[in-house]
Design a protein. Sequence first.
Length: 157
Amino acid sequence: MRVGIGYDVHKLMAGRKLVIGGIEIPHEKGLLGHSDADVLLHALCDALLGAGGLGDIGQHFPDTDPRYKGINSMKFLEQTVKLLAKKGFCPFNIDCIVVAEAPKMTPYRSAIIENLSTVLGIKPEMINLKAKTAEGLGPIGQKEAIVAWAVATVEKL
Ligand code: MG
């Protein structure tokens, strides 16, 4: 069993879609980034890559590569699972946190978990998602950005 940690932050901007955990969430702003800026999937990819000793998301999917412009980050997660498999590992369990002042994540939690479960090939009960606010403090609390953290464990195939 090996463990990895991941973190990501993206700025909220008008005129962008908000995509978290592969789910499009209705909101007045979306996350800014080269890809679809799915902050949760980026943190999760980094946690899984970390657990596999495979570096980080920027090494595998650089934000300077035009192939990744506007890409659905579920593709990064799929690719990450393949990279892990090549090294002889598969995901075991996941715990993650999304810190967002708005919108509320709770209505989307089960859809996100279902989505992750399919791509990671693990049961939904092996995936935990926590939604927090920043209590109005700092840029996250002022709804300028959304942050995500993830911890992943992997086991030998
Ligand atoms: Mg990112």
